[in-house]
Ligand binder design. Sequence first.
Ligand code: ZN
Length: 174
Amino acid sequence: MAIRDIIIAPDPRLKQISLPVNEVDDALRVLMDDMLETMYDAPGIGLAAIQVGEPKRVIVMDLANEDETPAPRFFVNPEILSVSEDLATYEEGCLSVPEFYEDVERPAHCRIRYLDYNGVEQEEDCDELFATCFQHEMDHLEGVLFIDHLSKLKRSMMLKKLIKAKKLMEKEPA
Ligand code: ZN
């Protein structure tokens, strides 16, 4: 396993629409393992492949608390089959938008379908943090960030700060 670089917004790569995976093979499992290690290292609870520069419809997630045993999840070619009318608000963050957290309202429940780590099709219902995180990661596959759900003003303020932080990082000697 290897830790990969996480792309930080704003970056045109994060706006790409990710493409479906043809087959869940060993090469894809290497990518999923790397994504998981990258996510744990960050640390974060979810990561989409495009965040490490791979425009593939792949998501990894682990919603276990720090004091619980790790519970890694892998979602290939994930789809949201239906969403509830009732909404839930969570304070969201994103490894591609470091140090920013904002409330985002999304459907509280959804039914999802995906291929698992072994390429087996699964369908399940999700709610609470799982539902929010899944929808957040699905957005990444469409080139959408959680800050795109905020007001224009808030988003442009955040983007300005992100650009400033990036410039500072570039100036730092390697
Ligand atoms: Zn994210």
